[in-house]
Design a protein around this ligand. Structure first.
Ligand SMILES: Nc1ncnc2c1ncn2[C@@H]1O[C@H](COP(=O)(O)OP(=O)(O)OP(=O)(O)O)[C@@H](O)[C@H]1O
Ligand SMILES: [Mg+2]
Length: 424
C-alpha cells in the first residue's frame, strides 16, 4: 500500500528543513514527507499528487508567504482534496488569516511559530489518525453502498422472477379454467343433444316401419295412431332438448366476454339500474319481493352499461331462483356510493344465504344447486368475467345461511379505453 503523504509549505528553506527533520523523526517509516517552496509551488505539487492518485493526508502551510498566503493555499488544497487535513503555521497572532482558513479550508489546527517539535509531532499524529479514520469510514460507506446496490439489484431480480412466475401461474390457471370450461360445456351439451338424438332415431325407426307397412298394403289404423303419438312425443322431446342446448350455447357465448361489441359511454348509474329492473318487471310482478335502489342519482360513470345490465340481471335472477321459498316476500337492495375514484355497488338480499362450503365455488362455471330447475351454473361465472374484465373492477361475496347474501363490486369511476382489455 502506498504511504500517506505529508506536505510542508514555507518560503524559507530553513523552516522547511526543520519541519522535514522533525517529522521524519517520527513518521519516516509510515509516511512520505514532501516540501514546497511557497504557495504556487505547493499548489502545483498538490495537483501532481492528486493526478498520481496519492494519499495526500496532511498539509502544513506557513501563513505569511510572498506569492500566495497560507490560508489561500489551504483553501485551494481543500477544494482539490477535501479529505486532506490542513494545518497552518503562523508567526504572529493573525486572527483574520486563521478564521479565514477555518471557514474556507476547514482548518484542522494551527501552530504558532516558533513551535515545540513535540507539539508539532503530536498535532500531525492526531491529524494522521483522523485522516485514517475518515478514510476507513468512507471505505465502509462505499462498501455499504455497494452492498445496498447489490441487494437492491438482487431484490429487483427476485421481484422480476416473482412477477414472471405470477403471470405464468395466472396463465396456467386460465388454461386450466378454460379446459374445465370446455369439458363442462361438452358434458352439458352432451345430455340434451344425446336425448334429441335418441328421440330422432326412435322417430326414424318408427317412420321406416310405417313406410314398409304402407308399401306392403298392411297398414292398420291402430299402427297409424300409434305412430302419430310416437311422432308427436319424439318431436316434442327433440324440440325441448335442442332448445335447452341452444340456450346453453347462448349462455356459453356470454362467458367469452366481448366488450368491443358493447358501447362504452357515460351514464348515470342509478337510473340505469332502475331501467334494467323495469325490464325484469314481468318476472318480479309474479313475486312479493321489493327491490330498492339507493344512492346519489346524479352519480355518473364511464363504462360498459351492457355489462352492468347483465350483472344486475344475474343478481336479481339468482335471488328469485335460489334465495326464497315460493310466496316469500324478500328485500332486494342495490346501493351505490362513490369512494374517491371508485364506485361501490352493493347488492343485498335477505334470503336463505349460501352455505359456507358452496361459497368458494359459486364463480366456477357449471356450479349450480338448481340444475333441476334449469340452472346451468354459468350466471355468476359470467358476472365474474364481466366485472373483472369488461368493467375493470373487483367482486366479492358475503353470505350467511338464513340471513342473506351480499355482493360487492368496486368499479373504476372512469374506465379508461384499453384498461378493461389489459386486465383480461
Ligand atoms: N342470492 C343467492 N342466494 C342463495 N344462493 C345463491 C344466490 N346466488 C347464487 N347462489 C348459489 O350460487 C350458485 C351459482 O349461481 P349461478 O348464477 O352461477 O348459477 P345458477 O343460478 O344456478 O344457474 P344460471 O345462472 O346459469 O342459470 C347457485 O346455484 C346457488 O346455489
Ligand atoms: Mg344464476
Amino acid at each position: 500500500m502506498p504511504k500517506p503523504i505529508i506536505v510542508c509549505v514555507d518560503d524559507e528553506i530553513a523552516v522547511l528543513d526543520s519541519l522535514r527533520r522533525e517529522l521524519s523523526e517520527v513518521f519516516e517509516d509510515t509516511c512520505e514527507i514532501e516540501t514546497a517552496m511557497g504557495g504556487k509551488d505547493a499548489i502545483a505539487l498538490v495537483h501532481d499528487l492528486i493526478e498520481d492518485e496519492c494519499d495526500l493526508s496532511v498539509i502544513i502551510a506557513d501563513y505569511l508567504m510572498p506569492d500566495i498566503k497560507g490560508d489561500a493555499v489551504l483553501q485551494q488544497v481543500h477544494q482539490l482534496s477535501p479529505q486532506t487535513l490542513t494545518i497552518m503555521l503562523t508567526g504572529q497572532a493573525n486572527v483574520d488569516g486563521i478564521s479565514n482558513a477555518i471557514n474556507t479550508a476547514q482548518l484542522y489546527h494551527y501552530i504558532a511559530k516558533p513551535w515545540q517539535p513535540e507539539a508539532l509531532q503530536l498535532t500531525v499524529r492526531e491529524a494522521l489518525n483522523r485522516y485514517q479514520l475518515s478514510k476507513k469510514i468512507k471505505d465502509y460507506q462505499q462498501t455499504l453502498e455497494r452492498k445496498v446496490e447489490e441487494r437492491t439489484q438482487e431484490l429487483s431480480e427476485t421481484l422480476h422472477t416473482l412477477q414472471t412466475t405470477q403471470s405464468e401461474l395466472i396463465q396456467a390457471e386460465k388454461m386450466a379454467a378454460l379446459g374445465q370450461l370446455v369439458a363442462g360445456v361438452a358434458h352439458e351439451i352432451n345430455t340434451p343433444v344425446g336425448n334429441a338424438l335418441l328421440a330422432a332415431s326412435v322417430l326414424n325407426n318408427e317412420t321406416s316401419s310405417l313406410t314398409q307397412a304402407f308399401e306392403q298394403g298392411a297398414l292398420k289404423r291402430s299402427a297409424l295412431v300409434g305412430y302419430l303419438q310416437t311422432a308427436q312425443e319424439s318431436s316434442d322431446l327433440i324440440l325441448q332438448n335442442l332448445h335447452g342446448a341452444a340456450a346453453l350455447i347462448q349462455n356459453f357465448k356470454q362467458v367469452a366476454v366481448d366488450q368491443t361489441s358493447h358501447e362504452q359511454r357515460e351514464f348515470q348509474i342509478i337510473p340505469y339500474i332502475e331501467s334494467v329492473l323495469t325490464n325484469l318487471e314481468p318476472k318480479l310482478k309474479r313475486t312479493r319481493h321489493t327491490v330498492t335502489v339507493s344512492g346519489d342519482a346524479a352519480l355518473k360513470t364511464t363504462s360498459y352499461p351492457g355489462a352492468l345490465s347483465q350483472v344486475v340481471t344475474n343478481f336479481v335472477m339468482n335471488s328469485l331462483m335460489h334465495a326464497y321459498q315460493p310466496g316469500e316476500a324478500g328485500q332486494l337492495k342495490f346501493e351505490v356510493t362513490q369512494q374517491q375514484d371508485r364506485i361501490i355497488l352493493e347488492y343485498t338480499d335477505d334470503g336463505c344465504g349460501i352455505p359456507a362450503e358452496h361459497q368458494p365455488k359459486i364463480y366456477e362455471p357449471f356450479f349450480t344447486t338448481g340444475r333441476d330447475r334449469g340452472g346451468s351454473g354459468l350466471g355468476l361465472h359470467i358476472v365474474h368475467n364481466l366485472v373483472t374484465q369488461s368493467l375493470g373492477g373487483t367482486l366479492s361475496c358475503q353470505s350467511e345461511v338464513s340471513v342473506g347474501t351480499q355482493f360487492m363490486l368496486q368499479l373504476p369511476l372512469t374506465l379508461r379505453k384499453g384498461e378493461a382489455h389489459a386486465r383480461g
